[in-house]
Design a protein around this ligand. Structure first.
Ligand code: IPM
Ligand code: MG
Length: 351
């Protein structure tokens, strides 16, 4: 029987609530599809600061490097907001340490939840399905930083290989979808964006079947709410992808539903919900575990090559939603809600 090693980094806030559910679902999937999973927990974020005085202890990096994939909850919270080292540094650190340069953030609207979208129903239409491919280990997040008495500075830098490899991920994703790719930049102002655009155009030569267009980020932010169906795959920089993926997520009605995959060259990946640590509802059994459960499905798909198990989890989630079960973040007025654990249990049962 195949055995996979999974590093489990629950992190802060609702991280443990949602990760526990997702681990349970993964165990059930393993049993059903005949593989084994070895889970090992590691510390990251605020809890790592509390226990080890640093947001990303060395042993966490080693654990991840010797695993097949990483499942992460969330990091951060007001408790650590005014400290010199922040929990977020743990997340940025693990992305860099594992070389997770490609961040896939699907924004899919579930039929059962259409009314939760803040957009009008004629704009939402049917089967909205956008994939944001965000560059994750370069750009302004990782450029040179400086701070003086009366100034502070961040640098946005991209190298040609960095742009080329993320552009390829964008085109490859488009090839197995609707073959439309929008590259988002700010090439009317930024030198790094002009490089970005040039390299994306070069890579495009290898993908003649994909329709490529370029869009400035300000316009893209507007077009996403004006006519989201014009997008299939969006490929963009670290910073612009951070912003646009939140926007795309909200269009679907609930950020509590959306998974993500952060991929390195090869099979290694880190899987986490798009939402944050929501410290105000931590430990109350009300957080929505679906984003993390769907992140496990992405893990099965991209890192473990267990396609049937991945689809089975996605189907189970759909089924539970169609049966009308809702956590409070996706419930309409008057609908009865279930807690985190119950939602996890229902999905497991359907599996
Ligand atoms: C995200 C988050 C992180 C980011 C923060 C927590 C550092 O917003 O994953 O989108 O900006 O990348
Ligand atoms: Mg973000």
């Amino acid at each position: 029987m195949k055995t996979y090693k999974i590093a489990v980094l629950k992190g802060d806030g609702i991280g443990p609530d949602v990760v526990n559910c997702a681990v349970d679902v993964l165990k059930a999937a393993a049993e059903k599809y005949h593989f084994q999973i070895e889970f090992t927990e590691g510390l990251i974020g605020g809890i790592a600061i509390d226990e080890k005085n640093m947001p990303l202890p060395e042993e966490t990096i080693t654990l991840c490097q010797t695993s097949d994939a990483v499942l992460l909850g969330a990091v951060g919270g007001p408790k650590w907001d005014n400290q010199s080292v922040r929990p977020e540094a743990g997340l940025l650190g693990i992305r860099k340490a594992l070389g997770l340069f490609a961040n896939l953030r699907p924004a899919i609207i579930y039929d059962a939840l259409k009314q939760a979208s803040p957009l009008k129903s004629d704009i939402i239409g049917d089967n909205l399905d956008i994939l944001v491919v965000r560059e994750l280990t370069g750009g302004i997040y990782f450029g040179k930083k400086e701070k003086g008495d009366d100034y502070a500075m961040d640098t946005m830098k991209y190298t040609i290989p960095e742009v080329r490899r993320i552009a390829k991920v964008g085109f490859e994703a488009a090839m197995i979808r609707d073959k439309r790719l929008t590259s988002v930049d700010k090439a009317n102002v930024l030198e790094s964006s002009r490089l970005w655009r040039r390299i994306v155009n070069e890579v495009a030569i290898n993908y003649p079947e994909v329709t490529l267009n370029h869009m400035y980020v300000d316009n893209a932010a507007m077009q996403l709410v004006k006519d989201p169906h014009q997008f299939d795959v969006i490929v963009t920089t670290n910073m612009f992808g951070d912003i646009l993926s939140d926007e795309a997520a909200m269009i679907t009605g609930s950020i509590g539903m959306l998974p993500s995959a952060s991929l390195a060259e090869g099979k290694m990946g880190l899987y986490e919900p798009v939402h944050g640590s929501a410290p105000d509802i931590a430990g109350k059994d009300i957080a929505n575990p679906i984003a993390t459960i769907l992140s496990v499905a992405m893990m099965l798909k991209y890192s473990l090559d267990e396609q049937s198990a991945a689809s089975a989890i996605e189907d189970a989630v759909n089924k539970v939603l169609e049966e009308g079960y809702r956590t409070s973040d996706i419930a309409r007025k008057g609908e009865t809600t279930v807690g985190t654990l119950e939602m996890g249990r229902l999905i497991k049962e359907n599996l």
